[in-house]
Design a protein around this ligand. Structure first.
Ligand code: HEM
Length: 415
């Protein structure tokens, strides 16, 4: 270090921002009134998603390819401290989505750097940082009990659950999504560092590939079972469906309007038995063709699902226990959810002698009591997919609306 505190290797300032304006990076996935704008740059490493808006980014903004999701337990008590943590996280989130370091530059040799440094030289990579509040913040610690939304009712035990408590629940969550894994990792790491002394990480999950599309223009990806996933998802150009099924409205507290409720489920797949299953059976499990993604009996991915169609033998083409029949809005009181999950692998399970891999299922909705819970109650009992999966983690968070202007913070309406 030089006497004035500058590193001889050059000071950590901003990441490489090719052709960036004051906001840093090229804004490509902007939402005006919730609608996507067309991409302006083909290089995802240099693209940004705006932090500010009516809704938090990372819900209907086009799903990126990488995830780092983290859940935290608060170690503080008191409303003012919780408020300050949310202020600090919001400020760091704002900076990082622009491709800037998490905190102001600090080259003092006798202090830890404000930013951990591993994203220096990387672009913003479409980073979104989405914050959620777990049921725990409405217990007696913070004097917020009277403001708990009814919609944030603890999830009931669900059929087939094999949940591990150490990878479930939490007081706060951060969902960092980006098109560069190190950018997503960096975001969570720095938010964890900022929270030191106030919150500790309870569990986290890396996801390496999106398993849903949320942007109308996005390709449908495949999950680890090899099937196209996200075909019938709610997309960001369907404003009526977003209003009906995703954004919290007048049915709940004012501070949540424009927010949403997030459910995560870590779903492990029994990949080896699946890989020994005949193609016909695999397709019957989902009710869709493996290669094209078309509903059985149809030829194209986006052909409508006809649950009444029968074959020459009079039997339903889409089996009674098929995943898309049991998850269909028509058998779930018309309810839908917005899915935004990721494939994961956490290495090799030496006890079972199998890969520990699957789907980190994430969904957003207006009221989990009417949406995720009844759908999963039905799936947990009737879905033929259950033979090949097990739910090992679960969490529920209220995701407050977005912030407008440069001074607001996430969850402000609660204080
Ligand atoms: C490892 C677990 C799972 C896998 C591999 C999986 C895979 C799929 C696939 C391939 C489709 C068909 C394509 C599409 O429309 O996206 C689908 C549809 C769907 N899934 Fe799942 N899914 C899983 C878990 C769940 C869970 C836990 C829920 C909710 C509780 C759920 C809800 C839905 C819904 C609502 C649809 C759309 C049904 C329709 O409207 O046609 N899935 N899923």
């Amino acid at each position: 270090m030089t006497p004035d505190g500058d590193s001889p290797h050059g000071r950590i300032t901003r990441r490489r921002l090719l052709g960036a304006g004051a906001a840093g990076g090229l804004v490509v996935a902007g939402f005006a009134g919730g609608r996507a704008t067309a991409p302006e740059s083909p290089d995802p490493e240099q693209q940004t998603v705006p932090f500010e808006g009516a809704h938090q980014a990372g819900i209907v903004t086009p799903a990126q390819n990488r995830l780092h999701f983290a859940s935290f337990d608060l170690t503080i008590e008191g409303r003012a401290d919780l408020r300050q943590l949310l202020v600090d996280w919001t400020e760091a989130g704002r900076r990082m989505v622009r491709g800037e370091p998490a905190g102001p530059e600090n080259s003092a040799p006798l202090l830890p750097p404000e930013d951990t440094g591993e994203a220096v030289g990387l672009g913003p990579a479409n980073l979104t940082v989405t914050f959620g509040l777990g049921p725990g913040i409405f217990d007696k610690r913070f004097g917020l009990a009277g403001q708990r939304p009814e919609q944030l009712e603890d999830l009931p035990p669900l059929p087939g659950d094999e949940l591990e408590r150490n990878i479930s629940d939490g007081d706060l969550c951060v969902q960092a999504c980006a098109d560069d894994p190190q950018v997503a990792f960096h975001a969570v790491r720095n938010l964890t560092k900022i929270a030191q002394g106030r919150a500790v990480m309870r569990w986290c999950q890396l996801g390496f590939g999106r398993t849903a599309k949320t942007g109308a223009e996005q390709e449908t990806p495949r999950n680890l079972m090899g099937f196209k996933d996200g075909t019938n998802n709610i997309l960001n150009d369907d404003q009526a469906a977003l209003d009906d099924f995703v954004w919290a409205g007048e049915e709940g507290p004012e501070w949540m309007r424009g927010g949403s409720y997030l459910v995560t489920r870590r779903i492990r797949m029994m990949i080896e038995p699946w890989d020994r299953t005949f193609l016909r059976e695999q397709e019957d499990v989902f009710g869709r063709a493996k290669e094209s993604g078309a509903p059985l009996g149809e030829s194209k991915e986006n052909d409508p699902v006809d649950l009444d169609a029968t074959g020459p033998d009079g039997r339903p083409l889409i089996r009674i226990d098929a995943h898309i029949r049991q998850a269909a809005p028509s058998v779930n009181g018309g309810q839908r959810i917005l899915r935004r999950g990721y494939s994961f692998t956490d290495g090799f399970d030496t006890v079972r002698g199998q890969l520990d891999a699957g789907l980190f299922f994430i969904c957003f909705q207006r009221d989990p009591r009417k949406q995720f819970v009844p759908i999963q109650e039905r799936l947990g009992q009737n879905d033929s997919l259950n033979e090949y999966i097990v739910h090992t983690g679960s969490a529920l968070f209220a995701v407050p609306p977005g912030v407008s202007g440069s001074s607001g913070f996430i969850g402000e309406g609660l204080f």
